[in-house]
Design a binder for this molecule. Structure first.
Ligand code: ADP
Ligand code: ADP
Length: 226
């Protein structure tokens, strides 16, 4: 396991758009940090830099004591869950979950063990042989999380993972994500524009605005009204 440390991280896109303006933040090992703020405030960009999916214009991101942009992508112990699930439609649920491990050359029996364990935790064992189109939205979201879990990452990143679900499922999955994160003890960073989601999930809540951190604290501190 490992915490995540951001030191004056900046992102300047082509055309001189400064999407992230010198963000510094320490996220404790095993904690749940939520980045909340309006559309366009730089949340996704920040998350994608932590994931190594976006170059960092200035500053540094550390996972534990390792600088993320100096770690080979294949060695990064980071798993990301997206809102569109990004499942492979032609593969079974089993193969979707096994895919990343096969690419890394994980032994077959180890893959099977991890996929079955994740499927049990997420209650998707009955669906392992199905294709994503034969699943409901909530089940697909579980598969996407299963694919992240099987890698046993040090850090989970969530980019608005529930925004395609209906209101009822969103509440249900929120509870599940929280339960899962506690059970696994994986450092998690979660991006959303939904304040209720931010409040219920976070240990540390980071409010962003215009590419900067506006407020940091526990949900009670941040949402306390005078
Ligand atoms: P959020 O996730 O909070 O909605 P983003 O990180 O997606 O915000 O975007 C932050 C800012 O960066 C926005 O002004 C957006 O238009 C801009 N932006 C995002 N991606 C790119 C890109 N690939 N090229 C140029 N500008 C971008
Ligand atoms: P191979 O590496 O030879 O493809 P695998 O053990 O990875 O063998 O699995 C073969 C196929 O059987 C996979 O494509 C997968 O879809 C399916 N499969 C394997 N284990 C299960 C399981 N427990 N439940 C459902 N399908 C499975």
């Amino acid at each position: 396991m490992a915490g995540v440390t951001l030191d004056t991280v900046r992102k300047i896109y082509a055309g001189n758009v400064e999407a992230v303006k010198g963000v510094s933040l320490a996220i404790d090992d095993g904690s749940f940090c939520v980045l909340v703020g309006p559309s366009g405030c730089g949340k996704s960009t920040l998350l994608r830099m932590i994931a190594g999916l976006e170059t960092i214009s200035d500053g540094s991101v550390k996972i534990g004591d390792r600088v993320v942009n100096q770690i080979e992508p294949a060695d990064r112990d980071i798993a990301m869950v997206f809102q569109n699930y990004a499942l492979y439609p032609h593969m079974t649920v089993y193969d979707n979950m096994a895919y990343g491990l096969r690419n890394r050359g994980t032994p077959k029996d180890e893959i099977e063990k991890r996929v079955k364990e994740a499927a049990r935790i997420l209650a998707i064992e009955p669906f392992l042989a199905r294709k994503p189109r034969q699943l409901s939205g909530g089940q697909r979201q579980r598969v996407a999380m299963g694919r992240a879990i099987v890698r046993k990452p040090q850090v989970f990143l969530f980019d608005e993972p529930l925004s395609n679900l209906d209101a009822k499922l969103r509440v249900q999955m929120r509870v599940e994500i929280k339960r899962l994160q506690k059970a696994l003890g994986v450092t998690s960073i979660y991006v959303t524009h939904d304040q209720v989601e931010a409040m219920t999930l976070s240990d540390k809540l980071v409010v962003m605005s215009g590419g900067q951190i506006e407020q940091v604290g526990s949900p009670a501190e941040v949402y306390r009204r005078p």
